[in-house]
Design a protein around this ligand. Structure first.
Ligand code: SF4
Ligand code: SF4
Length: 209
């Protein structure tokens, strides 16, 4: 079983969470083995949201094929990080590397159908790769009123690193943290319909027979 963990995120108007209610909630959470919770501040208010990993009996190991490197959505923070890494301004990153930018989020340009930063099968800005790239093949989604981190539909159809099984992923906590960063910067992604998981399992059970 995954380790117990709690993630706390604070808004700029409330830097750091030091209120006793937040801290006692953390204690209570650990004692009662409820985990993967974070405190999400919105408009100065507090609400508590659970983020669970939902793998549906599907394992994943990245084969570094670069297939999923197409045109990721980037946050303002990602753009700033890329600019810092390349030693160019925010606006230059937008101009040179983004095909769309609405002032909040953008989309990286493609070259021959692949992300402009993919060189060979490798990411040339790996150290500052966008948060959404770090989270692949998972995406945070709403599922029966719960926020879950689960496989994005594209990966069930295309990622060669997925296979049937129940092995846990390495660094589950890290993925949950990336999931939270994606929720905060870009929002939830479109839910993967249940039939994609079934289709994947059917297809792969035939392949492994
Ligand atoms: S498609 Fe899958 S295996 Fe290939 S790089 Fe992306 S996550 Fe890794
Ligand atoms: S930024 Fe890097 S990891 Fe993300 S899609 Fe481009 S090449 Fe792939």
């Amino acid at each position: 079983m995954a380790s117990e963990i709690i993630y706390i995120i604070s808004s700029p108007s409330q830097p750091g969470i030091t209120s006793s209610s937040a801290i006692s909630f953390l204690q209570l959470t650990i004692n009662f083995k409820i985990y993967k919770l974070f405190i999400f501040h919105k408009n100065g208010g507090e609400s508590i949201v659970k983020l669970k990993l939902k793998q549906e009996g599907i394992c994943w190991t990245c084969r570094m094929c670069g297939k999923c490197c197409d045109s990721p959505t980037v946050s303002k923070k990602d753009i700033g990080n890329i600019g810092g890494f390349l030693k160019i301004s925010f606006n230059e990153v937008v101009k040179k590397y983004l095909k769309e930018y609405d002032g909040v989020r953008g989309i990286l340009k493609e070259v021959n159908g692949k992300c402009i930063f993919l060189k060979g099968n490798k990411c040339s800005i790996y150290k500052v790769r966008p948060i959404i790239c770090r989270l692949r093949p998972f995406s945070p989604q709403l599922d029966n009123n719960e926020i879950v981190l689960t496989y994005d539909r594209w990966f069930l159809d295309n990622c060669p690193g997925l296979y049937i099984g129940n092995a846990p992923i390495d660094n589950e906590e890290v993925y949950l943290k990336y999931g939270i960063a994606v929720i905060n910067n870009l929002g939830l992604e479109e839910p993967t319909p249940q039939h994609y998981f079934e289709k994947f399992k059917k297809r792969n059970s035939r392949i492994t027979k």
